[in-house]
Design a protein around this ligand. Structure first.
Ligand code: NDP
Ligand code: CA
Length: 309
């Protein structure tokens, strides 16, 4: 994996007596759709060969597999069949939900709609339930989706709800309100299927921590959530760092892993890369295949009060 930008893990302090079982490693990543990245995003400072599918697909797999996640939540997936076949060789099963009107399908030589995908290690988990939803804004369907799986840890028999989404992109007060409405609908959807289970919600929320949707996610009475990366002190300075023609340099924190804080504990997180390792042209680049960096976190189940010591 020497070609990829270096990444290091940080340990998050936690009470070892309050946890049980083995950690579950979750990876969250907007992989950058091949059709959009090559033909729509205007990544002018990125060499064309870095955007070629033959190169990108290898780097995409390397970035996922070098962290050895138990569960993988991806957005902007427009090559699910490839990922599914490749990850199956490493004991992953995956599910995919396309966006209803993906911008990818309007691009010449596209590979179908982009959407959200979740993969899990099938030697570690059994799939108990799968739900998908088109997110609503004021009761009207939007173009954004969510995918939710209920998994059972084969070893501990504990159940976990894992969900992913990719909220509406772009800046502006109206769009920020729209994302907040999508967040509310997402929480309603997830709480109705997660019930009392430990829950992790990963995604590209397209919103800085100052946007209303971030607060909405962290103040849901039915689902008490915290952001995994914030547990280390504060959200990272960026999760996406790109240069676009016309727009210039964009550095944003918009990707998150929310988790039920009374049921799960974060024990480590994958740090964002150093600026010097990212390089002046930012990403995507010859050493990283997406404009978003992956987030990886290790979660432990918290001991429940009726567990025997
Ligand atoms: P979003 O606004 O959510 O964005 C769609 C994608 O564009 C995201 O993956 C996003 O990436 C990316 N994006 C965000 N900002 C930029 C930017 N400045 N430049 C390039 N790409 C960007 O779109 P919707 O899902 O709401 O869909 C868009 C709608 O537009 C669809 O309904 C479709 O019908 C329509 N459309 C029509 C086309 C046509 O030719 N008729 C062409 C394209 C779209 P990220 O989340 O990483 O920021
Ligand atoms: Ca994108």
């Amino acid at each position: 994996f020497s070609q990829l930008i270096k990444r290091t893990f940080s340990t998050v302090s936690h009470d070892p007596h309050s946890i049980e079982g083995n950690p579950i490693r979750v990876l969250q990543w907007n992989v950058l759709s091949q059709a959009l990245g090559q033909n729509n995003d205007k990544f002018d400072s990125c060499p064309l060969e870095a955007l070629e599918w033959k190169r990108r697909r290898c780097h995409m797999l390397e970035e996922i597999l070098r962290h050895n996640p138990d569960i993988i939540c991806l957005q902007e997936v427009d090559h699910f069949d490839f990922l599914s076949r490749a990850l199956a060789t490493q004991s992953y099963s995956g599910l995919f939900v396309p966006k209803p009107d993906s911008p990818c399908v309007y691009i010449k030589d596209n590979n179908g709609p982009d959407g959200c995908a979740i993969f899990y290690k099938n030697n570690k988990f059994d799939l108990l339930d799968k739900q998908e939803k088109i997110l609503q804004v004021w009761t009207v369907h939007s173009n954004q989706v969510s995918l939710l799986l209920v998994l059972k840890d084969k070893c501990t028999e504990k159940e976990l709800c894992i969900s992913t989404t990719h909220l509406k992109a772009r800046k502006g007060a109206l769009l920020s309100t729209l994302r907040n409405e999508q967040g509310k609908d997402l929480l309603e959807f997830i709480s109705s299927h997660a019930l009392d289970r430990p829950t992790i919600i990963c995604g590209d929320f397209n919103a800085e921590p100052t946007e209303p949707v971030y607060n909405t996610m962290c103040s849901c009475p039915a689902l008490p959530l915290d952001s995994a990366y914030k547990v280390s002190g504060s959200e990272p300075p960026f999760t996406s760092w790109k240069i676009r023609g016309g727009e210039g340099e964009v550095m944003q924190t918009i990707d998150y892993m929310f988790y039920t804080k009374h049921k799960l504990t974060v024990s480590s997180i994958l740090n964002m890369p150093l600026e010097k390792d990212i390089g002046d042209n930012r990403v995507p680049s010859m050493s990283y295949p997406s404009d978003h960096f992956s987030l990886v976190s290790d979660f432990y189940f918290k001991k429940t009060s009726n567990d025997s010591e």
